[in-house]
Design a protein. Sequence first.
Length: 91
Amino acid sequence: MSINDPKYNFADNCIYNVASGEMIPEDEPCMVFRARDKYAWFVINQYLRLLINAEGDEDHIKAVNERSVAFKSFRDAHPDRMREPDTEPTS
C-alpha cells in the first residue's frame, strides 16, 4: 500500500520516510491532511511561508511547495468534493 505523498510510504503497518528509510515511531504523533479538507491548502501554505521566512532547507521547501500546488490543483478541479473537516465516517 502506498500513500499519495512522495516523501512517505507504508511498510509493516508503519509509515516510513522514502529517502532515509526511517520509520515514524509509534509514540510519535503524526497527522494526515487530505486535499478535500477545505482548510488543508491554507495550512500547508502557512507552513511553507514559515519555512521560507526561516530560510529553511531548500529541498524541503521545494517538496512542500509541490504538495501545495497539488492540493490547490485538487481544490480547483474538485470544488464539489471539498468538505468541512470532521471525524465522522463518510457514507
